[in-house]
Design a protein around this ligand. Structure first.
Ligand SMILES: [Zn+2]
Length: 401
């Protein structure tokens, strides 16, 4: 039960019940398509007449199509309802310190086009380049009507869309939402990359419907944590919740771009593993920047470990153990049903997975039952997360009371 927030509430109107039932119907079709109106009435408990009114409206608005005629043992043969995944074109942006990826997808988060370019050092240049990419996409897909953009950012954005904390990006506090909206002429939703990944897992992860407590850990130049508890993202004060990457585990440890020493991500991130391999741990003048600035890529470290470089393997194994130490804290403190690990490191799961699990087992309570799941990098979770930011606006539960 949620306490009513008297500073931010929504009064019930005669529309409210209809809105809620419409979303429930739309979600049943999304999950179970193809399905007939009779199936929908059966599994939702809505009356047949209500189902028909809702479906007629969803067809009118282009969300649902009525397709092939199905089989029935007797009586009228039903027509199947499908979700129209082309109803809305969604632009998705995965902004990372070294590379930005931009994609165009339908509401099923399947990409019809995508491209990548080096992330400019100046946010104004970034916005101009993004606008050019969007114009190119729209030119090559004139039939797709784009309705919005989701951006996953390597930091925290406040509710107004201002990037407030992104130490690995090095941009400082900067307004992103409004300038991008002005440049592309579409609404923009901005979210921390780990939060976006947690949402993508909830909406597109093929997990059981009952999963409501899920934590996403994005491992890249830094470490981000997205908290999805009771089925909702946890933003915290100033939208800063989830910065476990900057929880210090050793006050005398290596300097971190955030200004503190010994943060978790200085031991368990891609850049930490590369720095350790290069023998820079503790002595780097620009901490966290070695991998991002091209001294040596994390992919190169993975490749060297695969080709028998024992030092590379040891750096990855150390990273795995430190990931486990931090994840054990998340499990004990939050008891999620699932922790999803996102990042290039999942390609080396054979090597680091057992070490990570071992470190977790040693440190968690005996009855801890959290599953730790590496994502498939090919599914592009950060980019898919950016799509989800727009998708959830159509399929999420309406705000009531
Ligand atoms: Zn830090």
């Amino acid at each position: 039960m949620r306490k009513i927030d008297l500073t931010n509430f929504q009064l019930a109107t005669s529309e409210t019940a209809r809105q809620i039932n419409r979303r429930i119907a739309l979600n049943f079709i999304r999950r179970n398509e193809p399905m007939s109106r009779a199936d929908l009435a059966r599994c939702s408990g809505l009356q047949r007449s209500t189902v028909s009114a809702i479906i007629d409206q969803l067809i009118d608005e282009g969300w649902v199509t009525e397709g092939a005629i199905g089989q029935a043992l007797r009586g009228r043969r039903p027509r199947f309802l499908h979700l129209n995944v082309e109803r809305a074109g969604i632009l998705a942006v995965d902004l990372r310190p070294a590379v930005t990826t931009v994609g165009l997808a339908g509401v099923d988060a399947r990409f019809v086009e995508q491209t990548s370019w080096p992330t400019p050092k100046d946010p104004d240049v970034f916005i101009r380049q993004l606008a050019r990419t969007v114009a190119l996409f729209r030119n090559s897909h004139p039939r797709i009507v784009c309705e919005g953009m989701g951006v996953s950012v390597p930091g925290r954005a406040d509710p107004s869309g201002r990037l407030v904390f992104a130490p690995n990006l090095g941009w400082g506090p900067v307004d992103l939402k409004q300038p991008i909206e002005a440049a592309i002429g579409l609404p923009v939703a901005l979210e921390n990359a780990a939060n976006a990944c947690a949402l993508a897992e909830l909406w597109f992860g093929h997990h059981p419907e009952h999963v409501r407590h899920l934590v996403a850990v994005t491992v890249s130049e830094g470490i981000g944590v997205g908290l999805l508890l009771n089925g909702q993202l946890v933003h915290g004060g100033g939208a800063m919740a989830g910065e476990f990457g900057h929880v210090s585990v050793d006050e005398n440890g290596p300097l971190c771009p955030c200004g503190n020493r010994g943060c978790w991500e200085r031991y368990a991130s891609n850049s930490a593993a590369v720095e350790h391999y290069l023998g820079e741990a503790g002595g780097a003048t620009a901490p966290g920047q070695a991998a991002a600035r091209g001294t040596m890529s994390f992919e190169e470290l993975l490749r060297r470990a695969d080709t028998g470089d024992a030092r590379a393997a040891a750096s990855l194994e150390r990273m795995g153990r430190f990931l486990g130490i931090g994840i054990a804290g998340l499990i004990t403190g939050l008891a999620p049903e699932m922790i999803v690990v996102i990042g290039e490191v999942t390609a080396a799961w054979d090597r680091i997975g057992p070490l990570l699990e071992g470190a977790v087992k040693k440190r968690t309570l005996p009855h801890a039952a959290t599953r730790i799941v590496p994502t498939v990098p090919a599914s592009q979770p950060r980019l898919r997360g950016a799509v989800t930011l727009v998708v959830q606006q159509h399929f999420g539960a309406p705000l009531v009371a």
